[in-house]
Design a protein around this ligand. Structure first.
Ligand SMILES: NC(=O)c1ccc[n+]([C@@H]2O[C@H](COP(=O)([O-])OP(=O)(O)OC[C@H]3O[C@@H](n4cnc5c(N)ncnc54)[C@H](OP(=O)(O)O)[C@@H]3O)[C@@H](O)[C@H]2O)c1
Length: 326
């Protein structure tokens, strides 16, 4: 089969379309013909060798059709999605024509969406849904700040939070992108210069009930200052880098009663507390198909254009999901 391999860890040009052995059908695993996969920040780090040990084939999500399921749970041709849960680490990732994944990591899907549109959904929407529902346990009529609002996880969070009936504050570092945030449903747009807690409290003096922190440690302290009494903040990204917090004094810096938590899909999706079967991806996909919520597909490439796809993600100029079709 064809697979995208990394000649040497580093620059985008090191990604090459090569021949690789097609996975053999094996017990407990389902062989899937890959039709499309989304590009993720994690794969940029994997390409650069900054994401620990990876499989030869990277890629943490994809959509496709069952080719062979030895358990006979799924018929050949069944549309399925799969994401994280060992992809690109414990077994080959999604940058390949065929992928073999454990049966329990597969979500069967009924949809007529084109493959590129379907490919834009799994990891991003599942993460946004999990942060809102499993972690923050956000409720209708509450408010939420999505810090890093124009990222794909940010946009999906805005969309799902609005659908749940929350008031949404969302940030970008450029005013020019405010129209994108509003287009996806943000009620308030905030220019992020690193210190926004004063702006948030000018609009909402008590603060916001929830925060999704996608910029990470660099803005965490300021985000803590945005949270209302008894509110919650979830760190789910690190767009601003991975520099550890210096001199962090929880008693002084976490406001009394505010809950500070985190979510990392790669660590938990698929375990017994965060099972794939509980993520309502079929509903999200159907809602997108019937246009009750928007998709966030920004640009599609073909398999041979992987270098352009990685370059585009690193340019930070696209707001939405980049998808590669096969
Ligand atoms: N927790 C999880 O399970 C999980 C799952 C998937 C992704 N993630 C993480 O979530 C974050 C978002 O991922 P994504 O794929 O959605 O990102 P993305 O779509 O590539 O995000 C692009 C946006 O990020 C903002 N940005 C880029 N560099 C930044 C910086 N240095 N400081 C502040 N903002 C910056 C820019 O927004 P503006 O120019 O508008 O400011 C840019 O438009 C990443 O850290 C990713 O690793 C986490």
């Amino acid at each position: 089969m064809k697979a995208i391999l990394i000649k040497e860890k580093g620059k985008t040009e090191n990604l090459t379309v090569s021949e690789y052995q097609k996975p053999e059908p094996k017990n407990g695993f389902v062989l899937i013909k890959n039709k499309a996969f989304g590009i993720n920040r994690a794969e940029i780090y994997m390409r650069k060798g900054k994401w620990g040990e990876t499989h030869d084939i990277i890629g943490i999500e994809f959509v496709g059709m069952v080719e062979n399921d030895s358990s006979n749970t799924f018929a050949k041709g069944q549309k399925v999605v799969s994401f994280v849960g060992g992809l690109a680490r414990d077994y080959g990732g999604s940058y390949a024509e065929y992928v073999s994944v454990p049966l329990e990591n597969i979500i069967p899907i009924e949809t007529n969406l084109p493959w590129n549109e379907l490919g834009a959904i799994p990891e991003t929407y599942a993460t946004a849904w999990a942060v809102l529902n499993w972690v923050l346990q956000a409720k209708k009529d509450q408010s939420i700040l999505v810090r890093g609002g124009t990222s794909t996880v940010g946009l999906a969070s805005i969309i799902l939070a609005k659908q749940m009936g929350l008031t949404v504050f969302a940030t970008s570092r450029s005013k020019e992108k405010f129209n994108i945030l509003r287009q996806y449903g943000a009620d308030y747009t905030i220019l992020d210069n690193g210190e926004i807690s004063k702006n948030i409290r000018e609009i909402s003096p008590d603060g916001v009930s929830n925060v999704i922190e996608l910029i990470g440690n660099v803005t965490l302290n300021d985000s803590l200052g945005c949270v209302a009494v008894n509110g919650s903040i979830c760190i789910a990204g690190f767009l601003g880098g991975l520099v550890p917090l210096k001199n962090f004094m929880p008693l002084m810096q976490i406001p009394s009663s505010v809950k500070l938590t985190s979510f990392g899909s790669a660590f938990v999706f698929g375990n017994k507390y965060f099972p794939y079967s509980k993520i309502p991806l079929q509903k999200i996909i159907s809602d997108i198909e019937n246009k009750s919520i928007p998709n966030i597909l920004a640009k599609s490439y073909n398999f041979n254009e992987i270098i352009e796809a990685h370059k585009l993600m690193e340019s930070n100029t696209v707001n939405g999901k980049i998808v590669v079709t096969i």
